[in-house]
Design a protein around this ligand. Structure first.
Ligand code: C2E
Ligand code: CA
Ligand code: CA
Length: 483
């Protein structure tokens, strides 16, 4: 690999050149001094103070235009210097500056804030997402491999021109820092600044800093929410939902930390912890001859990229001696739209291993029916938004009915999520939806309470009240016990 380092040899002034200096005009000297103070010698872009000065003038002289200020950071730039050479690193920086100069040729300012950090300000209409996407990847080829270095961008939309330019840069930087690894994988290398970002980032950093300790201390607890057979009123399965029992802040719900951990790649660790907790609990129940129902675990979209999901699950199932189809996997519909090919392959493999796959939040995305057309799942979990709307609108009820009928034709089991009232339960029963999950039946509860629910009395059993014969048989959801 090419790793030579250039030596910069400074030329010593000779008598001749010294005497030449005397002939340099005052203007030329001033010009040189100006350049030295204001222009970055490598990239010929503005230095930070000069960038701020020129940007301020541009904003003041064009009050009619909307501007944006963008912070550009090349990730892992130091690796370029290490793996290739500082020469190559410099060439990359010069290339970036060339792109920037082209972008601002019509109008705009651009500066280098240091190392691999750039900033530019252009009229909003002059910057297209395509440009950001194209500029985000730098591929370098060494003797042995090709390396792609990614950039991230933070965008500050200038609505208040009184804000000092340096503060605008800070805000754009904050937005840039909020672009996480996961966004890059998904091909979105930029983020916008908004007012809440700072407060949110402080809170996030606080939670992130506590995650490893919390895992080691067992602060994460897996709750189980039962799924009921609406006809018999019995529990047929459950969903595992994580909670963070924080010693100071109490019970923190997953909405506060799941997407944060997804952004920072910590989610896989937490998910594995949850899956193991679920498997342990099941093994305990099976060993003591207690009833055990299938439990579905939530698999984050990130797990598809960062863990060897199949192997991990296989190992957990084997280590805990679980029979087939007790541990199920929930994949949210939107994860599928992120990277259909990858998810499709893994879903197929999961099912080949005898692991049922549930399509979570069905109907919440933009292409639910396309997803369903392509992806071979076992169970549809209908998103709760349909039930939220059904009492006030006939359309929501109509859609629910159609989804249930379609699922039946496709031989898919359906679980309706978010059942909060008896009225909703009865409606679902009427349209032939057999399985339900929701606060009306039970909230997510710790394992011990779930045990009590399993052995307790049945809930509202609608079959007993007549009219059960219009239903499908349940598919593979019967409670299992070890002999
Ligand atoms: P989800 O997978 O769609 O889970 C269902 C959510 O709906 C749960 O929220 C549950 O408590 C809530 N819910 C259940 N019945 C009702 C109801 O009748 N009404 C209403 N309004 N809500 C109901 P929770 O536990 O706060 O979890 C939120 C989300 O966090 C989950 O949505 C899931 O996407 C994620 N999540 C939870 N645990 C895990 C986990 O261990 N790993 C991963 N990757 N994600 C998890
Ligand atoms: Ca779920
Ligand atoms: Ca759901």
């Amino acid at each position: 690999m090419n790793t030579h380092h250039d030596q910069v040899v400074k030329k010593q002034p000779t008598e001749k050149s010294e005497s030449n200096n005397q002939t340099v005009s005052r203007e030329e000297l001033e010009r040189q001094l100006f350049i030295l103070t204001n222009i970055d010698p490598l990239t010929q872009l503005d230095k930070p103070d000069y960038f701020a000065e020129r940007t301020r003038i541009m904003l003041d002289t064009h009050p009619e235009q909307n501007f944006i200020l963008v912070y550009w950071n090349v990730k892992r730039f130091k690796v370029i210097n290490d793996v290739f050479s500082s020469d190559t690193g410099n060439r990359v920086l010069v290339n970036i500056s060339a792109k920037l100069k082209k972008l601002i040729a019509k109008q705009g300012t651009a500066g280098r804030l240091g190392d691999d950090k750039f900033v530019f300000c252009v009229p909003q209409k002059q910057l297209h997402k395509k440009w950001l996407l194209e500029s985000a990847n730098i591929t370098l080829i060494s003797d042995t491999a090709a390396y792609t270095f990614k950039s991230t961008f933070g965008i500050y939309e200038i609505t208040d021109r009184k804000v000092p330019i340096t503060l605008m840069c800070d805000r754009a930087k904050l937005a840039q820092q909020s672009v996480a690894e996961f966004n890059l994988v998904q091909g979105k290398p930029y983020a916008y600044y908004d007012r809440n970002l700072r407060q949110q980032m402080l809170e996030d950093q606080y939670l992130l800093s506590q995650m490893n300790f919390a895992l080691a201390e067992g602060q994460f607890q897996t709750y189980l929410q039962p799924v009921y057979d609406i006809g018999s009123g019995k529990i047929v399965s459950a969903e595992a939902l994580v909670r963070w029992r924080h010693p100071v802040h109490g019970l923190i719900p997953p909405v506060k930390f799941i997407s944060l951990f997804e952004k920072n790649g910590l989610i896989s660790q937490l998910d594995k912890y949850v899956w193991n907790q679920v498997a342990e609990e099941m093994e305990k129940r099976l060993q003591t001859g207690q009833t055990c129902v299938p439990v579905s675990i939530n698999v984050s979209r990130v797990d598809f990229f960062t863990t060897t999901l199949l192997e991990e699950l296989d190992e957990i199932i084997k280590n805990h001696h679980l029979p087939d189809n007790l541990l199920r996997v929930e994949v949210t519909e939107s994860a599928y739209t992120d990277d259909p090919d990858r998810i499709l392959t893994i879903v197929r493999e999961l099912r080949l291993k005898g692991i049922s796959v549930l399509l979570d939040d069905f109907g919440s995305g933009y292409s639910s029916f396309n997803t369903l057309k392509d992806i071979p799942v076992d169970i549809l979990k209908i998103d709760m938004k349909f039930l939220e709307g059904f009492e006030s609108s006939d359309r929501a009820g109509c859609i629910l009915e159609t989804i249930v009928a379609m699922a039946r034709r496709l031989h898919l089991e359906v679980i309706a999520e978010g059942v909060e009232t008896e009225n909703q339960a009865r409606f679902l029963y009427e349209i032939g939806c057999r399985h339900v999950q929701g606060f009306f039946y039970a909230r997510p509860v710790p394992a011990a309470e779930f045990s009590a629910l399993l052995s307790g009395p049945v809930k509202l059993a609608l079959d007993k009240q007549g009219g059960a014969d219009n239903f499908l048989d349940t598919l593979g959801a019967n409670p299992k016990t070890l002999p």
